[in-house]
Design a protein around this ligand. Structure first.
Ligand code: COA
Ligand code: AMP
Length: 634
């Protein structure tokens, strides 16, 4: 007999217009759509063509209309500043409307871009909703990126205005944002007209009189603005993510499909209802933060927690339990790495004993592979279902999950369960032929992608085709390899490109190689992601020096580590570079990164038949042992 998941899945694939059209009735529209799915310009599909909507209205005003004005919308919990602040829906709406006035005073209109470079403070949420209110397109940049990365995004998005803060707070240091902002604007050819800076009491910064405006002063002078209806197909935001080169990809999110799909996921995937407390412990700079801190919980009328801290060290490995207990969190979402960090510090979860977490019902994890050890540890100590789900910046929500609001399947450790409704997931071989259960291929989604998924890349339709659609005509490639088993469970095994996953953060080894290659003493290099017990993977750089370089190798290695930190940022967690005599390559000159990775992780490997000189692999083993990898790791 079919269960509600199977019925929903089947309908979403066979009758996507009927399925999503029905879900869209649950949202607020200024004007209803003419067509649920416009497929007149394949391979570009657009959802809810002709509909007029406003994302801010759906997240805030619509909730107030329905009587939730006095309910907390956002609880800001910041152990690093010892602050807890609650924003009701009315207060958050009023703040967003006022900041929309601030942006409008600076000439920001529908379609203009606004870059938000801010730490995890409520003003960032206010700024995002203010943009949505005006129909402006926000692009949030994660605080752990360096000026150079910010500059690339400024260059691509061409923001009219930027919004930032004086500083962010890490466990052991205050990160000044203003010097990074100034440097990035200096590097970018197209400059924003104005920067609006929120001065945090912890550390204020100097403002440039011509360019910078003080957040509080602007708010005091502004008048609130109403929501501007936009086309469902108009962009809500751009979120840049790592591609295979140093040039990040600007993933576009539209307004209509995003509201519809995300609101629906709150019940279908996470089994939460209006009024429930939902906590995504991520950062607004990542897609998880966009989808499940800022937007979806409020579309659904929940209370969302914004946490400015870390799983350990702020102040200890019990902080997650404190937050769950204090705010009566029902559902939590984070990355496995956060739980590995807690497990390392408090292996028997002794700090949990101090907290009553009886309201807590589910833990969801995503962002990287969920290793069975971490899964079992969390299940044992929390005594709630621990649910792995798989998704990407591009998709905005889960491609595969145990959709608890539809049907709870038994958990298979290592699998994010089944494709979520809307995702016609296939496993394809190189000839675009679907593979039978159990066989590994590329995980690809037959078009059309469901609402919420990227319709294109910012100003780069051809790039969207080249990067996602060209390899398997008629399908979107996730660039993840994996398989479906006999019962239809999804298994995500590895990336098919050079992306690595460090503490749930997606990083391009190609981008790091481009930077290392700029070092004057480096002739050739390779960056490989090796296994790391805390972060899942960690990048290591292998450097071949130019002939005649006679400086100490350690000095060059350190300079390379510093170079990545300066150019990409601390988030790259690039701590190790090592000089080698040569890199193992195929006869056609391709660096054998996969083989290096296997040697480093102490996995069985066979010298590929195409290798130009197998002796290099022995040299590689020695180099890796020297820095504590390969056999030394055993
Ligand atoms: N602004 C400035 N710097 C930042 C930053 C920010 N917003 N976020 C991180 N950094 C810095 C850190 O301070 C660190 O710098 P360091 O090299 O000087 O120590 C570096 O970037 C790496 O950060 P991170 O990956 O967070 O490592 P960590 O060692 O500080 O913490 C964990 C490890 C596991 C605790 C941490 O990664 C974590 O909390 N992960 C949770 C999962 C998560 O948020 N995933 C996102 C997708 S769901
Ligand atoms: P990001 O775009 O930063 O969210 O990274 C997306 C990538 O993270 C995916 O393509 C996968 O490689 C990986 N990923 C995310 N969630 C999972 C998961 N549950 N299991 C395995 N890999 C995952």
């Amino acid at each position: 007999m079919s269960n509600p998941y199977e019925a929903a899945y089947r309908r979403s694939i066979q009758d996507p217009e009927g399925f999503w059209g029905e879900m869209a009735e649950d949202c607020h529209w200024f004007k209803k759509w003419d067509k649920v799915l416009d497929d007149s310009n394949k391979p570009f599909y657009r959802w809810f063509r002709g509909g007029e909507i406003n994302t801010c209205y759906n997240g805030l005003d619509f909730q107030i209309d329905q009587g939730r004005g006095e309910q907390p919308a956002l609880i800001y919990d910041s152990p690093v500043t010892e602050t807890i602040k609650t924003f009701t829906y009315t207060r958050l709406r009023d703040q967003a409307a006022l900041f929309a006035g601030v942006l409008a005073d600076q000439g920001v209109q529908k379609g203009d871009r606004v870059i938000i470079y801010m730490p995890m403070i409520p003003e960032a949420v206010v700024a995002m909703y203010a943009c949505a209110r005006l129909g402006a397109v926000h692009s949030v940049v994660f605080g752990g990126f360096a000026a150079n990365e910010l500059a690339t995004r400024i260059e691509d998005a061409k923001p009219k205005v930027m919004v930032s803060a004086s500083c962010g707070i890490e466990v052991n240091r205050v990160v000044q944002y203003k010097p990074l902002l100034d440097q990035a604007i200096g590097l970018a050819a197209s400059k924003p007209e104005k920067c609006i800076i929120y001065q945090r009491p912890v550390e204020k910064c100097e403002l440039l009189p011509e360019r910078d405006l003080d957040w509080e002063e602007c708010m005091a002078k502004a008048r609130p603005r109403d929501c501007v209806p936009v086309q469902a197909t108009d962009p809500l935001y751009i979120l840049y993510t790592s591609g295979t080169t140093g040039q990040p990809k600007g993933v576009v999110r539209d307004n209509g499909g995003h509201v519809v799909a995300l609101k629906w996921t709150m019940k279908a995937v996470y089994d939460v209802d209006p009024g429930d407390v939902y906590w995504a412990a991520s950062d607004i700079g990542w897609v998880v933060g966009h989808s499940y801190i800022v937007y979806a919980p409020l579309f659904k009328g929940c209370t969302s927690i914004m946490f400015e801290g870390k799983p350990v060290g702020t102040p200890d490995a019990g902080v997650f339990w404190r937050v769950i207990s204090q705010h009566k969190v029902r559902t939590m979402f984070t990355a496995p790495t956060a739980f590995r960090a807690i497990k390392q510090r408090d292996p028997r979860a002794e700090l949990l004993q101090n907290h009553d977490i009886s309201d807590f019902k589910y833990l969801f994890l995503a962002g990287e592979r969920l290793d069975p050890d971490t899964l079992h540890w969390a299940e044992k100590h929390l005594q709630v279902p621990v649910i792995d789900h798989w998704w990407q910046t591009e998709t905005a929500w889960a491609i595969a999950a145990n959709c608890l609001g539809l049907h709870q399947f038994p958990v298979k450790p290592g699998s994010p369960t089944k494709p979520a409704p809307g995702w016609n997931l296939q496993v394809l071989d190189q000839n675009n032929t679907p593979l039978p259960p159990g066989e590994i291929g590329t995980l690809a989604v037959k078009l059309p992608l469901p609402p919420g998924a990227l319709p294109t890349l910012w100003n780069n339709d051809q790039g969207y085709i080249d990067k996602y659609l060209a390899e398997f005509p008629g399908s979107y490639t996730t660039a993840d390899a994996g398989f479906l088993d006999e019962e239809g469970y999804v298994w995500v095994m590895s990336r098919t490109d050079d992306i690595i996953n460090v503490a749930g953060h997606r990083l391009s080894t190609g981008a790091m190689e481009e930077i290392l290659a700029e070092h004057p003493d480096v002739a050739e290099c390779a960056v490989v992601g090796v296994e790391d017990p805390l972060k899942g993977q960690a990048p290591i750089g292998f450097l071949v020096l130019s002939a005649g370089v006679d400086r100490p190798e350690e000095e060059i290695e350190q300079e390379c580590v510093q170079l990545i930190r300066e150019k990409i940022g601390p988030v790259a967690a690039f701590k190790q570079a090592t000089v080698v005599k040569r890199l193992p390559k195929t006869r056609s000159g391709k660096v054998l990164r996969g083989t290096i990775q296997k040697i480093a992780d102490n996995k069985d490997y066979r010298a590929p038949a195409t290798i130009d000189d197998p002796e290099i692999l022995r040299e590689m083993e020695e180099s890796l042992e020297r820095i504590g990898y390969a056999k030394a790791k055993k």
